[in-house]
Design a protein around this ligand. Structure first.
Ligand SMILES: *Cc1c(COP(=O)(O)O)cnc(C)c1O
Length: 386
């Protein structure tokens, strides 16, 4: 039979049929009235998603483009920044900051554990001369399935009074609550292939008024990612370069879907899928890599003890057509990750849990009673208050 592949990786995520159809339209001119209308509408929708009155700009590029834009538009050569690092994407922030010659102080936590907000509080309180220009961190650390306490950390940044909060919300936006204005976030980066349910190719950078103030002083080199030009054209419902026009069609459709479902329902669905995935894995004797109390709403990392995670992933892919993500760097072979981000239904979660359970059974590694994983997941998905 032809492959019937289900993506359960943290991006690209599954794309709904209506969004795929929107992509298939003929491109329109990016300087046309029609495209301006599209930009105006999607910009409003993006502000809704970010819960902000600030600007949300779309860049043709992957999520990392939005991260880099956030840094180079708000900071200057030699600026001191605090970078949270508890996984692959925290490391990426450090690399981008260092590439631009920033003075980076790294606040680390072990992979699989969350960043400690008190570390940030302490460093910020000790900074009497207000040398720290930004606190840079990842909200949902996709490599380990950990959600960091962005809300508390941004409170500490606000108390400092000078530093900006620059956050990678690539796998938290559209999965859990990220009220940009309420939390006082200054720069929020995200990408289309994650919670947006759109193929890869667009990224988004949201900027607070404080971030725009910092932008005026910023002297880091930039051209394609110079947000001043994006803002200027955004004010005319346009884009400085040729944007990925068809991805805008898809974006509008996907955001229509999200608005119809409503933010609270979207967040509740992700929380339910996280809980069902966690319960399912525990019930079949597979330990979670990160403590469930700080599990990401987008992805669950699992650390099986007596099987190579890559072997399990291979069987699940070949036999059940479900693509799970592997472990990155030193976690390769030790961890597999189940993505439950974006266009994911209860059925997808049940099927993933059942397929992993059946794979263990086929390897004679299932210690618990057959069906215990699916029962635990179904119990959560069928409960009235989930
Ligand atoms: C996917 C992802 C990114 C962006 O990666 P790109 O490949 O550049 O789109 C950034 N941060 C996190 C946490 C991610 O999961």
């Amino acid at each position: 039979m032809q492959e019937k592949l289900t993506l359960m990786i943290p991006g690209p995520t599954p794309v709904p049929e209506t969004v795929l159809k929107a992509l298939g339209k003929h491109p329109i001119g990016h300087r046309s009235k029609e495209f301006q209308t599209l930009v105006r509408h999607t910009t409003e929708q993006l502000k809704w998603l970010h819960q902000t009155n600030g600007d949300v700009l779309a860049i043709t590029g992957s999520g990392t483009a939005a991260m880099e834009a956030g840094i180079i538009n708000t900071l200057s050569r030699g600026d001191k920044v605090l970078c949270g690092d508890n996984g692959k994407f925290g490391e990426r922030w450090v690399k981008v900051a260092k590439a631009y010659g920033l003075d980076v102080e790294i606040l680390k936590a072990k992979w699989g554990t969350p960043l400690n907000p008190e570390d940030f509080q302490k460093a910020l309180q000790e900074d009497k001369n207000k040398q720290i220009k930004a606190v840079i961190l990842t909200h949902s650390e996709t490599s380990t399935g950990v959600i960091n306490d962005l809300q508390t950390i941004s409170k500490h940044v606000l108390a400092h009074g000078k530093a900006l909060t620059i956050a990678d919300c690539v796998t938290s936006l559209g999965a859990c609550n990220v009220p940009m204005d309420e939390w006082g976030l200054d720069v929020v980066a995200s990408g289309s292939q994650k919670g947006y349910m759109v193929p890869p190719g667009l990224s988004f950078v949201a900027m607070s008024p404080r971030a725009w103030n910092a932008q005026k002083q910023s002297d880091l080199p930039k051209f394609y990612l110079d947000l001043a030009s994006y803002l200027k054209t955004a004010n005319k419902d346009s884009n400085p370069f040729t944007p990925a026009v068809n991805l805008y069609f898809a974006l509008e459709e996907a955001l229509n879907m999200m608005q119809k479902e409503g933010l609270d329902s979207i967040f509740a669905r992700h929380a339910r899928h996280r809980a069902a995935t966690q319960a399912g894995m525990k019930a079949i004797g597979l330990p979670l890599f990160a403590d469930e109390s700080h599990g990401s709403p987008a992805i669950t990392a699992v650390a099986p003890r007596n099987i190579d995670a890559e072997e399990l992933r291979k069987i699940v892919k070949e036999k059940y057509d479900i693509l799970l993500a592997g472990g990155q760097d030193h976690l390769k072979g030790k961890v597999f990750r189940i993505g439950h981000l974006g266009f994911v239904s209860d059925r997808d979660v049940l099927t993933a849990v059942a397929s992993i359970e059946a794979t263990l059974q086929s390897l004679n590694l299932l210690k618990n009673e057959m069906g215990s994983g699916i029962a635990a997941a179904a119990k959560i998905l069928s409960s009235k208050d989930s």
